[in-house]
Design a protein around this ligand. Structure first.
Ligand code: PGA
Length: 255
């Protein structure tokens, strides 16, 4: 049985006190509700990480950053290194989000470097992949996702793969209110598992955690999470609202 994961990507939202209070609310929810097998990851802006990480008490909650530098240290004004993120108490970093790819021109090669630097600094990675609408309309979504994963995981060992979560986020579903259907999500997740199988073998493919992201909300999370190859979600907008986020955390079947 794979663990279930719900990660909240706050993006560039939440002032310090607001963020802390949201994190406290989620932490309290987890302390008050027995959800064995479910891990929650809060990914606030960098500047809140240390304070939030230090305030959490539930055993199944942790923090992650939304990005990291591709350098270890040095004269890179405004950048944040993987080592600094780790030193806040964070355990994860999101790499390859479509907003980083499109607004900050992050390409597959850079993302591969960032994954390696994150792992070297003992952070776990949430690696995002997914096609844009025109690619899906042309029937190229499988090809695009395969290429993104192969390039991102180039040079990654089997041992390191255990520290990588893959998030399938069709770009046309991110922040749009349009969600992939559970069938579309399952189809792609099972395809992603087959890519991992080819690259790393059966055992790794069975163990790999694959999250869905893109307008996931309380009204659709239970159905998405009921799919065999959907191991949870990477939640944007709905992670900013404590009730919505906690409902999503609570929507795995069979509990
Ligand atoms: P959304 O964002 O849930 O607001 O669509 C998901 C994401 O970008 O990770």
């Amino acid at each position: 049985m794979r663990r279930k994961v719900v990660a909240g990507n706050w993006k560039m939202n939440m002032k310090h006190a607001e963020g802390l209070s949201l994190a406290q609310a989620v932490d309290n929810f987890l302390l008050g509700n027995d959800l064995p097998g479910v891990d929650v990851i809060l990914c606030p802006p960098y500047i809140h990480l240390a304070h939030i990480a230090g305030s959490l008490r539930a055993p199944n909650i942790s923090t992650g950053a939304q990005n990291c530098s591709d350098h270890d240290a040095g004269a890179y004004t405004g950048e944040i290194s993987a080592g600094m993120i780790k030193s806040t108490g964070a355990e994860y970093v999101i790499i390859g989000h479509s907003e980083r790819r499109s607004y900050f021109n992050e390409n597959d090669e850079l993302l591969n470097t960032k994954i390696k630097i994150a792992l070297k600094n003992e952070l776990r990675v949430i690696f995002c992949c997914g096609e844009v609408l025109s690619e899906r309309e042309k029937g190229k979504h499988f090809e695009i996702v395969k290429s993104q994963i192969e390039k991102a995981l180039s040079g990654i060992s089997r041992e390191d793969l255990a520290d990588i979560i893959i998030a399938y986020e069709p770009v046309w579903a991110i922040g749009t209110g349009v969600t992939a259907s559970s069938g579309q999500a399952q189809e792609m997740h099972s395809y992603i598992r087959s890519i991992i199988y080819k690259l790393f073998g059966k055992e790794e493919a069975e163990k790999a955690l694959i999250l869905y992201g893109g307008s996931c909300k309380p009204s659709n999370s239970a159905e998405l999470f009921s799919m065999e190859d959907v191991d949870g979600g990477l939640i944007g907008g709905a992670s900013l609202n404590e009730d919505d986020f906690c409902k999503i955390i609570d929507s795995f079947p069979g509990k």
